[in-house]
Design a protein. Structure first.
Length: 253
């Protein structure tokens, strides 16, 4: 019996993508089947990747497939668990390092979302903490996850050490960093400040934060599934990139 996907109340939610073409549908089915095969208890799935890699769209697509396979499926985004802007004067949030270290309320991610969604949790979760657009606190708006539910959570930095141990499966959505900046700039070019401000935001804050994250965590190395999403209609399953070997004269003696 199929289920409806349950979404958060956040106004930041992106629309469900159009019906995928046959190539993308095949990749989605492979990943959905892998998630379904993990176990029939509650599952917490991370969808990580650079900004504008296509994490949210992938989360929506996988959620629909899992619901069609009979799993109660719930969607959340780490963007809905950032600290309120009213507290931004207390810490750096606008530099790359500040965004990575300080923007997300990791305690709230655990307390409101991941702990209750664990196999041994009580199943009560809030799919949204603070709406990133309206700044309305939705932490008291809860849903009940059945024992066989799948919770799909997209967001940058999902595999950081503070969260990594909570996931049953980690998906890394892979694109080139410069493509991330181009896509993000195009997406946000109509916001206040125009295209130049959007590019500065994506290059100097988001990408700078993600470069720091990748250097410290190497999320590709901990990912269970890597999807090259360079071409949206023709994604491909990829393996981890080989680590760069130092030149011979840099080798230790």
């Amino acid at each position: 019996m199929s289920h409806e996907v349950t979404f958060s109340v956040s106004t930041w939610r992106q629309p469900t993508p159009p019906t995928p073409g046959p190539h993308r549908a095949q990749i989605l089915d492979i990943v959905a089947d892998r998630i379904s095969a993990i176990d029939d208890h509650r599952l917490r799935i991370a969808i990580d990747g650079l900004t504008a890699a296509g994490k949210t769209s992938l989360g929506h697509e996988l959620a629909q497939r899992l619901a069609e396979r009979g799993r109660p499926t719930f969607r959340a985004s780490l963007d809905d668990f950032k600290r309120p802007w009213s507290e931004a004067h207390l810490y750096d949030r606008v530099s790359g390092e500040g965004y990575y270290r300080n923007a997300f309320d990791l305690d709230a991610v655990h307390r409101l979302l991941l702990d209750g969604g664990a196999p041994d949790g009580d199943g009560t979760v809030a799919l949204c903490g603070i709406d990133p657009l309206t700044q309305v606190d939705h932490s008291t708006v809860t849903v009940q996850l059945p024992p066989d539910a799948v919770l799909l959570v997209d967001g940058v930095f999902a595999c950081r050490p503070e969260l990594n141990g909570s996931w049953d499966l980690r998906v890394w959505v892979d694109i080139d960093p410069e493509l991330s900046v181009r896509r993000g700039t195009a997406r946000d070019a109509d916001t206040e400040g125009g295209r130049a401000a959007a590019e500065a935001l994506h290059r100097n804050r988001y990408l700078a934060a993600e470069v720091l994250y990748m250097s410290e965590v190497d999320p590709r190395a901990v990912a269970d599934v890597i999807i090259d999403n360079t071409t949206f209609d023709r994604p491909r399953l990829a393996g981890p990139r080989p680590r760069q070997r130092r030149p011979p004269d840099a080798e230790p003696h």
